[in-house]
Write a protein that binds this ligand. Structure first.
Ligand code: HEM
Length: 512
């Protein structure tokens, strides 16, 4: 029972406690407000927002183009509120340089993304910055994508190019001038090539190619958008409600089964099964006992590394081929110049080989110009800051999610004359390289997170393109004028042509 005094004592202490708690909350609020307004004062500008959706209403399905238009008004560093989450959008080469070079160590992490978090194994591309990522990237770069390894894929690459050229020749001789669908040919070519390098020829022979192709298509369609959970983290259940989480989990299970089977088959066959091609999977399995590797190569990590090669290597490279051919058809003078270069160098053979590429400056310029105008990942891959820092007088808080608009940077008026035009000549005698110190040409990103597949992707694209323009003449489908040839983009994380590329193969070299 509470006495009168006791009651007073209880009431008084409750009163004191309440005052203390309220004061703490009040002081906290004031402090928070102070720190928010301190940060707000220095934050990059933002377009006006609507309640709840933020700036989501200000862009259409081609997000990189909408970001570009907004950046013309709000500047090269702007904050867009995507639902509940603020994102820093970077749209100039100077600001990209500040993020990916000057402050690279701060911006080298990746944010969590709902779908990729479900689908991925322990991989390189989406692993947050840290020792695990460092070790996995070293393995990926040294044992799959080093210049030496890229050189060693010569036979496989040229074999697949031969098959591609044969398919096109057959079409040309049988089709009576009907158009050939190049987009799906490029996709098949890249899937076969990556399959052979990563898993070995026998995987292709055993029909798993179709399974990989299906998986890559499904993964890209899933990973190509922000989920509701990314935009509104307070409502993660929405993704389950609309079935996205179930689709992503199903995709993960399918990858798991496929990769498990590939690893299991490799372990059973061993390296000494008489197959001449030592694949990336063989290499990874042998590295499990290598004392120089500073990370345990668990099955999850091996799956992650294989998954990266498929997810990062196929789509990006075949998109480059699609856009390069499209630009050459849209610009016949440039096509002629390229054919003259290639045919001038390759006089007697009908297959261009890796050794011939060194002499083809215009060809290299065509691929660079294609990647400037059509970076396959126009917004690169997202980054996240690990500390607060200051850029261009603005405060960028720790944990800021960052998008770098390579598509906009490829069109920046101060870096590129007649930026919208396809002019490969601009790269002849120019110092601009993908890995160079400038941040004008960044289709592969830059800094610690730079794409490890540059040498592989550029050699492969150059070689395919050289063979296509050397062996064949190309025209638009009958009745279509250059002005009618549609160069529209389709929405997504990787940006394809809206329509698949259909062209007429007009003439085949006599030697074929
Ligand atoms: C034209 C073809 C390609 C393009 C345009 C491209 C573009 C990119 C871009 C923009 C990034 C993010 C870079 C950043 O955050 O700064 C990236 C990362 C990556 N790419 Fe590529 N890529 C291509 C081909 C390849 C190939 C052939 C492979 C391997 C088979 C590959 C493997 C990777 C990996 C593993 C990462 C993650 C790197 C990391 O997070 O540290 N890419 N790529």
């Amino acid at each position: 029972m509470i006495t009168k005094n006791g009651f007073h004592y209880w009431a008084f202490s409750t009163f004191l406690l309440s005052i203390t708690v309220l004061s703490i909350i009040f002081l906290n609020l004031i402090n928070k407000r102070k720190s928010i307004s301190k940060n707000l004062k220095n934050l990059p500008p933002s377009p006006p927002k609507l309640p709840f959706i933020g700036n989501l209403h200000q862009f259409g399905s081609l997000v990189h183009q909408s970001f570009y238009l907004l950046s013309l008004k709000y500047g090269p560093l702007m904050i867009l509120q995507l639902g509940e989450v603020p994102w820093l959008i970077v749209s100039s080469s100077d600001m990209a340089c500040a993020i990916m070079r000057t402050h690279d160590s701060i911006f080298a992490s990746r944010p969590s993304i709902v779908v990729t978090d479900i689908i991925r194994f322990k991989d390189v591309a989406f692993e947050p910055y840290g020792e695990d990522w460092r070790q996995l990237k070293r393995i990926f770069t040294t044992h799959l994508m080093s210049n030496k390894m890229v050189g060693s894929y010569k036979t496989v690459r040229e074999g697949e190019i031969n098959t591609l050229v044969r398919k096109i020749s057959n079409h040309a001789s049988l089709s009576n001038g009907g158009p050939i669908e190049l987009t799906s040919l490029f996709f098949s070519f890249m899937t076969c090539l990556i399959c052979r390098i990563v898993c070995g020829k026998f995987v292709l022979e055993e029909g798993r190619y179709h399974a990989f192709r299906e998986m890559v298509e499904e993964t890209f369609s899933l990973a190509s958008r922000f989920s509701i959970g990314d935009l509104f983290p307070s409502m993660p259940w929405m993704d389950a409600l609309i079935g996205l989480s179930r689709r992503a989990n199903k995709n993960r299970e399918k990858w798991d089964r496929l990769l498990h089977e590939v690893i299991h088959v490799h372990i059973q066959r061993g390296e000494s099964d008489g197959c001449q091609e030592i694949s990336f999977v063989d290499m990874l399995l042998s590295l499990r006992n290598d004392a120089t590797i500073n990370v345990e190569l668990t099955t999850d990590r091996i799956k992650g590394l294989i998954g990266d090669a498929f997810a990062a290597g196929i789509d990006t490279t075949y998109i480059t081929l699609d856009w390069a051919m499209s630009e050459l058809l849209k610009n016949p003078k440039e096509m002629k110049k390229l054919q003259e270069e290639v045919r001038g160098i390759i006089k007697h053979n009908n297959i261009v080989t890796s050794e011939d590429l060194a002499k083809m400056d215009y060809l290299r310029a065509v691929i660079k110009e294609t990647l400037r105008l059509h970076p396959p990942l126009p917004l690169l891959l997202p980054r996240e800051s690990m500390e607060e820092c200051e850029i261009n007088g603005f405060t960028i808080p720790k944990g800021t999610k960052v998008i770098i608009n390579a598509w906009a940077i490829g069109r920046e008026a101060k870096s590129w004359e007649a930026a919208e035009e396809f002019m490969p000549e601009r790269f002849i005698n120019s110092q601009v390289e993908y890995k160079g110190n400038s941040s004008h040409l960044i289709p592969f990103g830059a800094g610690r997170r730079i794409c490890p597949g540059i040498a592989f992707a550029t050699t492969t694209s150059e070689l395919v393109l050289a063979n296509l323009v050397h062996n064949f003449d190309w025209e638009l489908p009958e009745g279509m004028t250059i002005d009618e040839f549609d160069m529209s983009e389709s929405p997504g994380m990787s940006v394809h042509r809206k329509d698949s590329l259909r062209l007429v193969v007009k003439h085949i070299l006599a030697s074929n």
